[in-house]
Write a protein that binds this ligand. Structure first.
Ligand code: PA5
Length: 412
């Protein structure tokens, strides 16, 4: 079973004819997609797995911690998968995803007194946040192990031919993995860019790729991706300009961060696009629930539902019943969570928020792989319905230009 889509509580606002027309447009986009550049992610490549597994095994042999340095698409996918699935492999510490001194110090403190290796991921090879963190961690490696052993503890994941990181890696003889030319950062979670970090943490990367591969050839998944893209575009046209991804599994919080980057950076162009936001329920029902229920009506919600809980905790009977909760005794906590989900969906729909539901059977590597592919495909189609290129991000240069001018970066 794969990713299921339920449009039931979102369809009031749109007519069957409107949805059919938009759905046809999604069909056209789907036909056009493989002719575009940067669509290597459409065919997940299992050929990379043996090298990934060998490198992960080497890291496991000599290190207690892997420092994974990267930002944006070179970070969020691995973080999302690891937060969702855990793993019994090497501890992973992420760094280089901000310019905060406090965060970097935390990462440095985490490796103090431990054996560690560094995996630096930057497709361009020149992004400031990871480049600075990498410089600092390289120094820490050299101080601890000496230059030669430090060089043996670094894996650089970058462009196959160019960039400062590529050139440094060649010069120093670091292990190097090449991010495929035809896959951009935010679509690279199922490539070498993120898989080494994920595999080192002990996640079953074969299953992750198997799920993505299954989704890529599954008619139902393709149909659902088209429908989801079509409906969100229609809702946008009806002034629903914010999409909230909600989940009742807090371990999917970083999955939502990955999703936000995927859709935000792919679609938000030419002064249009749906603003992707996220909430973690039931926690955020006690903070943002009020707004979603009753605030400005410019949003729609996509509930990410997990059918089967990872574990069951039964609610005990209490003889005194001082808290009045005995009516729940003997029931599983997951049932209460599911009832909260159903109740919340209906309440939000009644409050004028169109609700889409996306269901995965459970949080496993296989199903996460399916979900990643499903969102990548629907995101690409959705951006194409907006008439923008899903695979570029010209807008992110603006802040960099200002920052570099302020820092006095020399012209090349
Ligand atoms: O999706 C993207 O392309 C971006 O978010 C990049 O992943 C991010 O800016 C990091 O870039 P790089 O891997 O070149 O350091």
């Amino acid at each position: 079973m794969g990713v299921l889509l339920d449009l039931g509580l979102a369809s009031d606002l749109v007519s069957t004819e409107e949805l059919a027309t938009e759905r046809q447009a999604a069909d056209v986009a789907y036909e056009q997609l493989p002719t575009m550049e940067m669509t290597g992610w459409l065919t997940p490549d299992e050929g990379i797995l043996s090298r990934i597994k060998t490198l992960a095994k080497n890291i496991k042999t000599n290190s207690q911690i892997l420092v994974s340095i990267g930002i944006g698409g070179s970070y969020l996918g691995a973080k999302a998968v690891i937060e969702a699935l855990g793993g019994d492999g090497v501890e992973v510490v992420f760094a280089g995803n901000s310019l905060s001194s406090k965060e970097l110090q935390k990462a440095l403190d985490a490796v103090a007194g431990k054996d560690f290796a560094v995996c630096v991921i930057s497709k361009s090879g020149g992004t400031l946040e990871p480049a600075l963190a990498f410089r600092i961690f390289r120094k820490a490696l050299v101080e601890k192990y000496g230059a030669d052993e430090a060089n043996r503890r670094i894996v650089a994941i970058t462009d196959a031919n160019k960039g400062s990181l590529h050139d440094l890696a060649v010069q120093k003889g670091w292990e190097m993995l090449s991010v495929p030319d035809d896959v951009g950062g935010r679509f690279s979670v199922l490539t070498v860019a993120q898989l080494l970090t994920i595999a080192t943490k002990g996640v079953d990367v074969e299953q992750l790729l198997a799920g993505a591969k299954q989704a890529a050839t599954d008619e139902q998944c393709l149909e659902n991706a088209k429908k989801y893209a079509a409906l969100r575009h229609l809702l946008y046209k009806k002034s629903k300009k914010i999409e909230i991804l909600s989940s009742f599994e807090p371990s999917l919080q970083y999955f939502a961060e990955w999703w936000k980057q995927l859709f935000g950076e792919s679609e938000g162009k030419n002064q249009q696009g749906i603003f992707p936001a996220s909430v973690s329920f039931t926690t955020d029902l006690h903070s943002l629930g009020q707004f979603i229920q009753d605030g400005e009506r410019d949003l729609f919600e996509t509930v990410l539902r997990v059918e089967k809980s990872a574990m069951e905790i039964a609610i005990p009977l209490d003889d005194e019943n001082g808290d009045g909760l005995n009516y729940l005794a003997g029931k599983n906590l997951s049932l209460v969570n599911e009832m909260a989900l159903i109740g919340t969906k209906q309440a939000h729909a009644d409050g004028g928020v169109p609700v889409i539901e996306i269901t995965v059977p459970e949080i496993t590597a296989f199903h996460l792989g399916q979900l990643i592919f499903f969102f990548e495909l629907s995101c690409a189609l959705s951006a194409m319905l907006f008439g923008v290129n899903p695979f570029d991000q010209p807008g992110v240069e603006a802040y960099k230009n200002n920052m570099f001018a302020l820092l006095g970066k020399p012209e090349k």
